[in-house]
Design a protein around this ligand. Structure first.
Ligand SMILES: Nc1ncnc2c1ncn2[C@@H]1O[C@H](COP(=O)(O)OP(=O)(O)O)[C@@H](O)[C@H]1O
Ligand SMILES: [Mg+2]
Length: 333
Protein backbone atom coordinates (compact mmCIF):
# COMPACT_ATOMS: atom_id res chain seq x y z
CA UNK A 1 0.00 0.00 0.00
CA UNK A 2 1.17 3.56 -0.68
CA UNK A 3 2.18 5.51 2.37
CA UNK A 4 0.19 8.48 1.22
CA UNK A 5 -2.82 8.52 -1.11
CA UNK A 6 -3.07 11.63 -3.25
CA UNK A 7 -5.45 13.52 -5.47
CA UNK A 8 -4.83 16.29 -8.03
CA UNK A 9 -7.78 18.49 -8.99
CA UNK A 10 -8.14 21.01 -11.82
CA UNK A 11 -11.30 22.92 -11.00
CA UNK A 12 -11.80 24.71 -14.31
CA UNK A 13 -14.49 27.11 -15.45
CA UNK A 14 -15.73 24.61 -18.03
CA UNK A 15 -14.14 21.27 -17.10
CA UNK A 16 -13.11 19.61 -13.85
CA UNK A 17 -10.42 16.92 -13.92
CA UNK A 18 -9.24 14.68 -11.10
CA UNK A 19 -6.22 12.38 -11.01
CA UNK A 20 -5.82 9.89 -8.14
CA UNK A 21 -2.25 8.64 -7.65
CA UNK A 22 -1.85 5.09 -8.82
CA UNK A 23 -5.15 5.16 -10.72
CA UNK A 24 -4.70 8.01 -13.18
CA UNK A 25 -7.45 10.28 -14.52
CA UNK A 26 -10.69 9.32 -12.78
CA UNK A 27 -12.87 12.41 -13.46
CA UNK A 28 -13.03 14.52 -16.62
CA UNK A 29 -16.40 16.23 -16.69
CA UNK A 30 -18.04 19.60 -17.26
CA UNK A 31 -18.00 21.91 -14.20
CA UNK A 32 -21.78 21.80 -13.84
CA UNK A 33 -24.31 20.88 -11.18
CA UNK A 34 -28.09 20.41 -11.38
CA UNK A 35 -30.10 21.38 -8.32
CA UNK A 36 -33.75 20.49 -7.63
CA UNK A 37 -35.60 23.83 -7.40
CA UNK A 38 -38.10 22.57 -4.85
CA UNK A 39 -35.82 20.73 -2.44
CA UNK A 40 -32.37 22.21 -3.14
CA UNK A 41 -31.08 18.66 -3.49
CA UNK A 42 -28.24 17.94 -5.94
CA UNK A 43 -29.93 16.15 -8.86
CA UNK A 44 -26.86 15.58 -11.05
CA UNK A 45 -23.26 16.72 -11.51
CA UNK A 46 -20.83 16.90 -14.40
CA UNK A 47 -21.83 15.44 -17.75
CA UNK A 48 -25.40 14.59 -16.71
CA UNK A 49 -25.99 18.14 -15.45
CA UNK A 50 -24.35 19.87 -18.40
CA UNK A 51 -26.36 17.82 -20.89
CA UNK A 52 -29.49 19.61 -19.65
CA UNK A 53 -28.01 23.13 -19.85
CA UNK A 54 -29.95 25.50 -22.09
CA UNK A 55 -32.79 23.01 -22.48
CA UNK A 56 -34.77 24.71 -19.73
CA UNK A 57 -36.09 21.84 -17.61
CA UNK A 58 -38.73 23.30 -15.28
CA UNK A 59 -37.96 21.46 -12.06
CA UNK A 60 -34.19 21.76 -11.86
CA UNK A 61 -31.66 24.55 -12.14
CA UNK A 62 -28.40 23.96 -13.99
CA UNK A 63 -25.49 25.89 -12.50
CA UNK A 64 -22.00 26.36 -13.94
CA UNK A 65 -20.65 27.77 -10.71
CA UNK A 66 -17.28 29.02 -12.02
CA UNK A 67 -18.39 30.00 -15.49
CA UNK A 68 -16.78 33.45 -15.67
CA UNK A 69 -13.62 32.63 -13.79
CA UNK A 70 -14.92 34.07 -10.57
CA UNK A 71 -16.76 31.76 -8.25
CA UNK A 72 -20.31 32.92 -8.91
CA UNK A 73 -21.89 30.43 -6.56
CA UNK A 74 -19.65 29.23 -3.78
CA UNK A 75 -22.10 26.70 -2.30
CA UNK A 76 -22.68 25.13 -5.70
CA UNK A 77 -18.91 25.02 -6.38
CA UNK A 78 -18.28 23.27 -3.08
CA UNK A 79 -21.17 20.83 -3.59
CA UNK A 80 -19.92 20.01 -7.08
CA UNK A 81 -16.37 19.48 -5.85
CA UNK A 82 -17.56 17.21 -3.04
CA UNK A 83 -19.68 15.17 -5.47
CA UNK A 84 -16.71 14.67 -7.80
CA UNK A 85 -14.48 13.68 -4.88
CA UNK A 86 -17.03 11.14 -3.65
CA UNK A 87 -17.11 9.69 -7.13
CA UNK A 88 -13.29 9.57 -7.24
CA UNK A 89 -13.45 7.30 -4.16
CA UNK A 90 -10.21 8.33 -2.58
CA UNK A 91 -8.88 5.63 -0.27
CA UNK A 92 -6.84 6.24 2.83
CA UNK A 93 -3.16 5.34 2.87
CA UNK A 94 -1.06 5.07 6.01
CA UNK A 95 -0.84 8.86 6.17
CA UNK A 96 -3.49 11.51 5.55
CA UNK A 97 -4.09 11.81 1.78
CA UNK A 98 -2.72 14.94 0.20
CA UNK A 99 -4.60 17.03 -2.35
CA UNK A 100 -3.27 19.55 -4.85
CA UNK A 101 -6.01 21.84 -6.17
CA UNK A 102 -5.88 24.39 -9.03
CA UNK A 103 -8.59 27.04 -9.28
CA UNK A 104 -9.03 29.97 -11.73
CA UNK A 105 -6.74 32.95 -11.03
CA UNK A 106 -9.73 35.26 -10.47
CA UNK A 107 -10.87 33.45 -7.32
CA UNK A 108 -10.59 35.59 -4.19
CA UNK A 109 -8.85 34.57 -1.00
CA UNK A 110 -12.16 33.88 0.74
CA UNK A 111 -13.30 31.70 -2.16
CA UNK A 112 -10.03 29.79 -2.14
CA UNK A 113 -10.36 29.14 1.57
CA UNK A 114 -13.90 27.86 1.09
CA UNK A 115 -12.86 25.46 -1.64
CA UNK A 116 -10.03 24.16 0.52
CA UNK A 117 -12.61 23.64 3.26
CA UNK A 118 -14.86 21.73 0.84
CA UNK A 119 -12.01 19.34 0.00
CA UNK A 120 -10.98 19.04 3.64
CA UNK A 121 -14.48 18.24 4.82
CA UNK A 122 -14.46 15.16 2.63
CA UNK A 123 -13.60 11.72 4.01
CA UNK A 124 -10.84 10.66 4.20
CA UNK A 125 -9.61 14.04 5.50
CA UNK A 126 -7.00 15.49 3.13
CA UNK A 127 -4.10 17.87 3.57
CA UNK A 128 -4.80 20.44 0.85
CA UNK A 129 -2.43 22.63 -1.16
CA UNK A 130 -3.73 25.24 -3.58
CA UNK A 131 -1.48 25.81 -6.60
CA UNK A 132 -1.53 28.65 -9.14
CA UNK A 133 -2.93 27.27 -12.36
CA UNK A 134 -0.07 28.52 -14.62
CA UNK A 135 2.47 26.78 -12.36
CA UNK A 136 0.59 23.50 -12.79
CA UNK A 137 0.32 24.15 -16.55
CA UNK A 138 4.10 24.65 -16.77
CA UNK A 139 4.75 21.45 -14.82
CA UNK A 140 2.30 19.64 -17.11
CA UNK A 141 4.08 21.06 -20.14
CA UNK A 142 7.32 19.42 -18.97
CA UNK A 143 9.26 22.44 -17.70
CA UNK A 144 11.84 21.53 -15.12
CA UNK A 145 10.53 23.92 -12.50
CA UNK A 146 12.57 22.35 -9.70
CA UNK A 147 15.67 23.59 -11.53
CA UNK A 148 14.26 27.13 -11.47
CA UNK A 149 13.77 27.48 -15.21
CA UNK A 150 11.56 30.23 -16.62
CA UNK A 151 8.38 29.67 -18.61
CA UNK A 152 5.79 31.74 -20.46
CA UNK A 153 2.31 30.21 -20.22
CA UNK A 154 -0.92 31.19 -21.96
CA UNK A 155 -3.76 29.05 -20.61
CA UNK A 156 -6.93 29.69 -22.61
CA UNK A 157 -9.82 28.16 -20.67
CA UNK A 158 -13.57 28.61 -20.99
CA UNK A 159 -14.18 31.54 -18.65
CA UNK A 160 -10.65 32.88 -18.22
CA UNK A 161 -7.33 33.16 -19.98
CA UNK A 162 -4.27 33.17 -17.75
CA UNK A 163 -1.11 34.77 -19.12
CA UNK A 164 1.88 34.22 -16.87
CA UNK A 165 5.65 34.28 -16.65
CA UNK A 166 7.14 31.87 -14.14
CA UNK A 167 10.51 31.17 -12.63
CA UNK A 168 10.66 27.70 -11.13
CA UNK A 169 7.51 27.12 -9.11
CA UNK A 170 6.90 30.85 -8.67
CA UNK A 171 4.77 33.34 -10.55
CA UNK A 172 6.85 36.32 -11.72
CA UNK A 173 4.07 38.17 -13.59
CA UNK A 174 0.49 37.02 -14.19
CA UNK A 175 -2.77 38.32 -15.58
CA UNK A 176 -6.11 36.62 -15.52
CA UNK A 177 -8.41 37.84 -18.33
CA UNK A 178 -12.13 37.29 -17.91
CA UNK A 179 -12.36 35.91 -21.39
CA UNK A 180 -11.96 32.53 -23.01
CA UNK A 181 -13.86 29.95 -25.02
CA UNK A 182 -17.26 30.96 -23.61
CA UNK A 183 -16.98 34.56 -24.85
CA UNK A 184 -15.87 33.23 -28.24
CA UNK A 185 -18.95 30.98 -28.40
CA UNK A 186 -21.23 33.91 -27.56
CA UNK A 187 -19.60 36.08 -30.23
CA UNK A 188 -20.35 33.36 -32.81
CA UNK A 189 -23.99 33.11 -31.63
CA UNK A 190 -24.36 36.89 -32.16
CA UNK A 191 -22.63 36.90 -35.54
CA UNK A 192 -24.80 34.08 -36.92
CA UNK A 193 -27.92 35.83 -35.65
CA UNK A 194 -26.90 39.13 -37.25
CA UNK A 195 -25.90 37.59 -40.58
CA UNK A 196 -28.56 34.91 -41.08
CA UNK A 197 -31.32 35.74 -38.55
CA UNK A 198 -30.65 32.30 -37.14
CA UNK A 199 -30.60 31.60 -33.39
CA UNK A 200 -28.07 28.87 -32.65
CA UNK A 201 -27.23 27.27 -29.29
CA UNK A 202 -23.90 27.32 -27.50
CA UNK A 203 -23.04 23.81 -28.63
CA UNK A 204 -23.54 24.66 -32.28
CA UNK A 205 -21.40 27.79 -31.82
CA UNK A 206 -18.67 25.78 -30.11
CA UNK A 207 -18.53 23.29 -32.91
CA UNK A 208 -18.29 26.11 -35.52
CA UNK A 209 -15.41 27.56 -33.48
CA UNK A 210 -13.56 24.24 -33.32
CA UNK A 211 -13.98 23.46 -37.00
CA UNK A 212 -13.47 26.86 -38.57
CA UNK A 213 -11.31 28.72 -36.04
CA UNK A 214 -9.37 31.79 -37.09
CA UNK A 215 -8.40 30.67 -40.55
CA UNK A 216 -11.64 29.31 -41.93
CA UNK A 217 -10.78 25.60 -41.62
CA UNK A 218 -10.34 23.31 -44.60
CA UNK A 219 -14.08 23.08 -45.20
CA UNK A 220 -14.71 26.82 -45.55
CA UNK A 221 -18.43 26.38 -44.90
CA UNK A 222 -19.98 24.47 -42.01
CA UNK A 223 -23.57 23.49 -41.47
CA UNK A 224 -25.35 24.83 -38.38
CA UNK A 225 -28.89 24.11 -37.18
CA UNK A 226 -30.81 26.75 -35.28
CA UNK A 227 -34.16 28.48 -34.97
CA UNK A 228 -35.26 31.00 -37.60
CA UNK A 229 -35.57 34.32 -35.74
CA UNK A 230 -38.72 35.38 -37.63
CA UNK A 231 -40.64 32.14 -38.18
CA UNK A 232 -39.46 30.48 -34.92
CA UNK A 233 -38.98 27.12 -36.64
CA UNK A 234 -35.76 25.05 -37.01
CA UNK A 235 -33.61 25.78 -40.07
CA UNK A 236 -30.18 24.77 -41.43
CA UNK A 237 -27.61 27.32 -42.59
CA UNK A 238 -24.11 27.09 -44.07
CA UNK A 239 -21.85 29.32 -42.03
CA UNK A 240 -18.70 30.62 -43.78
CA UNK A 241 -15.26 30.64 -42.17
CA UNK A 242 -14.82 34.41 -42.54
CA UNK A 243 -17.89 35.06 -40.36
CA UNK A 244 -16.54 32.91 -37.53
CA UNK A 245 -13.02 34.37 -37.84
CA UNK A 246 -14.44 37.91 -37.69
CA UNK A 247 -16.54 37.03 -34.63
CA UNK A 248 -13.46 35.67 -32.81
CA UNK A 249 -11.24 38.61 -33.66
CA UNK A 250 -11.94 40.82 -30.66
CA UNK A 251 -11.24 38.01 -28.15
CA UNK A 252 -8.03 37.09 -29.95
CA UNK A 253 -6.92 40.73 -29.99
CA UNK A 254 -7.32 40.96 -26.19
CA UNK A 255 -5.27 37.78 -25.65
CA UNK A 256 -2.52 38.97 -28.02
CA UNK A 257 -2.44 42.35 -26.35
CA UNK A 258 -1.96 40.72 -22.92
CA UNK A 259 0.85 38.53 -24.30
CA UNK A 260 2.61 41.55 -25.81
CA UNK A 261 2.28 43.55 -22.61
CA UNK A 262 3.70 40.71 -20.58
CA UNK A 263 6.61 40.25 -23.00
CA UNK A 264 7.47 43.93 -22.67
CA UNK A 265 7.75 43.53 -18.91
CA UNK A 266 9.98 40.45 -18.58
CA UNK A 267 12.99 40.65 -16.25
CA UNK A 268 16.13 40.53 -18.47
CA UNK A 269 17.42 37.40 -16.75
CA UNK A 270 14.31 35.50 -17.83
CA UNK A 271 14.43 36.57 -21.48
CA UNK A 272 16.61 33.68 -22.62
CA UNK A 273 14.50 31.04 -20.86
CA UNK A 274 11.34 32.47 -22.42
CA UNK A 275 12.75 32.64 -25.94
CA UNK A 276 14.28 29.16 -25.77
CA UNK A 277 11.33 27.65 -23.89
CA UNK A 278 8.81 29.23 -26.32
CA UNK A 279 5.36 30.57 -25.47
CA UNK A 280 3.36 27.51 -24.39
CA UNK A 281 -0.37 27.44 -25.01
CA UNK A 282 -2.46 25.28 -22.68
CA UNK A 283 -6.19 24.87 -21.98
CA UNK A 284 -8.91 23.88 -24.45
CA UNK A 285 -8.73 27.27 -26.19
CA UNK A 286 -5.14 26.50 -27.23
CA UNK A 287 -6.70 24.14 -29.79
CA UNK A 288 -8.45 27.00 -31.58
CA UNK A 289 -7.25 26.60 -35.18
CA UNK A 290 -4.88 29.46 -36.03
CA UNK A 291 -4.38 30.82 -32.49
CA UNK A 292 -0.80 29.63 -31.94
CA UNK A 293 0.39 31.06 -35.23
CA UNK A 294 -1.35 34.40 -34.57
CA UNK A 295 0.35 34.66 -31.18
CA UNK A 296 3.67 33.62 -32.65
CA UNK A 297 3.64 36.27 -35.34
CA UNK A 298 2.44 39.01 -32.98
CA UNK A 299 4.98 38.12 -30.29
CA UNK A 300 7.91 37.55 -32.61
CA UNK A 301 8.95 34.42 -30.72
CA UNK A 302 7.91 30.80 -31.17
CA UNK A 303 4.58 29.68 -29.73
CA UNK A 304 3.64 26.06 -29.26
CA UNK A 305 0.52 24.18 -28.14
CA UNK A 306 1.41 21.82 -25.26
CA UNK A 307 0.66 18.11 -25.52
CA UNK A 308 -2.96 17.35 -24.69
CA UNK A 309 -3.76 20.94 -23.62
CA UNK A 310 -7.10 20.12 -21.93
CA UNK A 311 -5.33 17.85 -19.43
CA UNK A 312 -2.09 19.77 -19.04
CA UNK A 313 -3.04 21.49 -15.77
CA UNK A 314 -4.25 18.33 -14.01
CA UNK A 315 -1.18 16.42 -15.22
CA UNK A 316 1.05 19.16 -13.83
CA UNK A 317 -0.89 19.16 -10.56
CA UNK A 318 -0.35 15.39 -10.29
CA UNK A 319 3.36 15.89 -10.99
CA UNK A 320 3.55 18.52 -8.23
CA UNK A 321 1.64 16.17 -5.91
CA UNK A 322 4.25 13.45 -6.39
CA UNK A 323 7.49 15.40 -6.72
CA UNK A 324 6.81 19.06 -6.05
CA UNK A 325 7.49 19.94 -2.45
CA UNK A 326 9.44 22.92 -3.79
CA UNK A 327 6.38 24.54 -5.43
CA UNK A 328 4.88 27.55 -3.67
CA UNK A 329 1.23 27.04 -2.82
CA UNK A 330 -1.39 28.09 -0.31
CA UNK A 331 -1.20 25.48 2.39
CA UNK A 332 -4.24 24.80 4.48
CA UNK A 333 -3.37 25.12 8.14
N1 LIG B 1 -10.62 22.24 -30.59
C1 LIG B 1 -10.96 23.35 -29.93
N2 LIG B 1 -10.92 24.56 -30.53
C2 LIG B 1 -11.27 25.67 -29.87
N3 LIG B 1 -11.69 25.68 -28.58
C3 LIG B 1 -11.75 24.51 -27.95
C4 LIG B 1 -11.39 23.28 -28.56
N4 LIG B 1 -11.56 22.28 -27.65
C5 LIG B 1 -12.02 22.85 -26.53
N5 LIG B 1 -12.14 24.18 -26.69
C6 LIG B 1 -12.65 25.17 -25.72
O1 LIG B 1 -11.87 25.11 -24.55
C7 LIG B 1 -12.65 25.55 -23.44
C8 LIG B 1 -12.46 24.60 -22.29
O2 LIG B 1 -11.11 24.51 -21.98
P1 LIG B 1 -10.62 24.13 -20.52
O3 LIG B 1 -9.14 24.24 -20.52
O4 LIG B 1 -11.19 22.83 -20.09
O5 LIG B 1 -11.28 25.31 -19.68
P2 LIG B 1 -11.31 25.53 -18.12
O6 LIG B 1 -9.95 25.18 -17.61
O7 LIG B 1 -11.65 26.98 -17.96
O8 LIG B 1 -12.36 24.61 -17.57
C9 LIG B 1 -14.09 25.59 -23.92
O9 LIG B 1 -14.48 26.94 -24.10
C10 LIG B 1 -14.05 24.84 -25.24
O10 LIG B 1 -15.02 25.32 -26.15
MG1 LIG C 1 -8.14 25.52 -16.94
Amino acid sequence: MRLRAGVAIDLGTVNTLVIVTGRGLVIEEPSAIAVDRATGRVAAVGMAADALAGKEPQDIEIIHPLRDGVIADLDASAAMLRAFLRRARLRRGLLRPSAVVCVPGGATWVERRSLIAAVESQRPRCTVRLIDEPVAAAAGAGFDLAAGSGAFIVDVGGGTTEVAVLAGGHVVRARSLRLGGNVMDEAIVHAVKAEFSLLIGRNAARSLKMTLGLDGGAAGLVEAVGIDAARRTPRVEHVPGWLVAAALESSVAVIIDAVQQMLSDIPPNLAEDVVRGKIRLAGGGALLPGLASRIESAAGIAALVVDDPLRCVVRGAAEILEHGDWVAGTQAD
